[in-house]
Design a protein around this ligand. Structure first.
Ligand code: FAD
Length: 401
């Protein structure tokens, strides 16, 4: 499957693989520049909260698991903890007067308390192979799929009659064998939910395999075998990365007017901040073409409100499970990406057109949410870029044999 580029419509979206393929290089170039800017590279996270679900003592001792934090003095004053607590929430008055204005309980994620935690320069702590593995990592993934994915597994969604061959770690066997329902018996919202999670997992795996360290030689290089075993051998997983990208680009397109009115201070000059804004506008422009997803078809049926609440609760739990990830760098990126997806879900399913109006509702998203959204989209776009690089490596390997 490694060389096959998927074609045709991306299920449950209004976009096709070809459109994503034709725009991704440009999207990736724009996003790659954008995430280097001060506004988007600094992220505040509380990385040392206790795991709320179990006693987590499998802390990763590998050097690659460590992160370096940034001293608050390097951060523009308006982002500092003392200022943030004043700015992050819309005032009580505003909340009561604007219809559709969002409330914290409409969030899809548990956001870290912004007065706690440290600033991290995301560009200095890239998501890549860290060596974090074994029971601790598997327990987190198992918990996400088993308890927080409506019980859906790959089997439930696969169009293939049999699941692809896979050697399961013991801790995961229960997960994949727990459910046998096929896709026709699984409602659209639950399928969408599973795709989001599985796509995120596949994207993380793609980063690990592309920026892989050979632990014997200590050298960093793409590991094709790793990519085949974790992603390419399961076409659905790869397709869900495309799905996630469409979902997030739709969210960026929908929130476009708001993002275009946002204050991207941070470079220290008006010109620098304006450049950041122009880069954001370029990303919005591409997102308008790629982000063809009709969010209005979800949560419409008889039990829509209950289903939406369940969906939200499950996803919130996933964001909390990130505190159980036993590797600082993986936890950081887990938090960024689950917050990014949570922000996208909020934009798509919780906010009406009026709420999205930047003039009526200037405090709609916190800086943290905007940074998480854009960095998560960058991760997904980068994954698809890496997938193409893997296709080239595969072709070269096949030629030389
Ligand atoms: P895992 O990736 O642990 O997967 C476990 C099982 O889940 C698989 O056996 C398979 O049955 C199933 N599965 C795998 N992929 C999918 C999918 N896409 N969809 C559905 N089911 C699937 N490690 C790093 O080196 N760097 C990181 O930055 C990093 N970040 C992480 C972030 C989080 C939130 C978590 C939980 C873990 C992270 N890890 C990271 C660890 C990494 O994800 C793997 O758990 C680890 O490399 C072991 O991989 P594995 O091959 O055993 O399978």
């Amino acid at each position: 499957h490694c060389q096959q580029v998927p074609t045709g419509p991306i299920e449950t979206t209004l976009c096709d693989f070809e459109t994503v393929e034709s725009y991704n290089d440009e999207l990736y170039t724009q996003l790659h520049d954008l995430v280097q800017t001060p506004f988007f590279k600094y992220y505040r996270a509380d990385l040392y909260r206790e795991c709320p679900f179990w006693q987590e003592n499998g802390y990763c001792m590998n050097r690659e698991c460590a992160i370096t934090t940034v001293d608050e003095s390097e951060i523009p004053p308006s982002w500092r903890a003392s200022e943030l607590s004043r700015l992050e929430l819309p005032s009580e008055d505003l909340r009561n007067t604007i219809p559709g204005c969002y409330y914290r309980d409409s969030d899809f994620c548990f956001l870290d308390d912004l007065s706690e935690g440290d600033y991290v320069d995301l560009t200095a702590n890239p998501e890549r192979f860290t060596g974090y593995t074994g029971p601790s990592a598997h327990r987190v993934w198992a918990s996400i799929y088993e308890e927080n994915c409506f019980g859906i597994s790959e089997w439930a969604l696969s169009s293939a009659p049999n699941p692809a061959p896979v050697t399961l770690p013991d801790s995961m066997t229960g997960v994949l064998r727990s459910e046998g329902a096929d896709s026709s018996r699984t409602c659209l919202e639950k399928r969408v939910y599973y795709k989001i999670i599985s796509g995120l997992h596949a994207s993380i795996s793609t980063h690990i395999c592309y920026e892989f360290m050979n632990q014997t030689t200590g050298e960093w290089s793409p590991n094709l075998e790793c990519f085949i075993n974790r992603v390419a051998a399961y076409p659905e997983r790869l397709q869900y990365i495309y799905f996630d990208l469409v979902l997030l680009t739709r969210a960026v397109a929908r929130i476009g007017p708001y993002l275009s009115a946002y204050d991207y201070c941070g470079t220290g000059t008006h010109k620098g901040d304006d450049d950041t804004l122009n880069q954001v506008k370029n990303v919005i422009g591409i997102a308008q073409t790629v982000g063809k997803f009709d969010e209005t078809v979800l949560f419409r049926g008889e039990n829509a409100a209950i289903l939406k609440e369940e969906f939200k609760q499950h996803f919130r739990n996933v964001t909390r499970i990130m505190d159980c990830v036993g590797c600082d760098k993986c936890r950081l990126w887990g938090k960024v990406q689950t917050s990014g997806v949570g922000t996208a879900l909020k934009i798509l399913f919780e906010l009406d057109e009026k709420a999205l109006d930047p003039h009526l509702n200037s405090n709609l998203l916190s800086r943290s949410e905007v940074v998480a959204l854009i960095n998560t989209l960058h991760r997904l776009s980068e994954s698809l870029y890496f997938v193409n690089e893997f296709r080239k490596i595969w072709a070269e390997t096949a030629q030389s044999e």
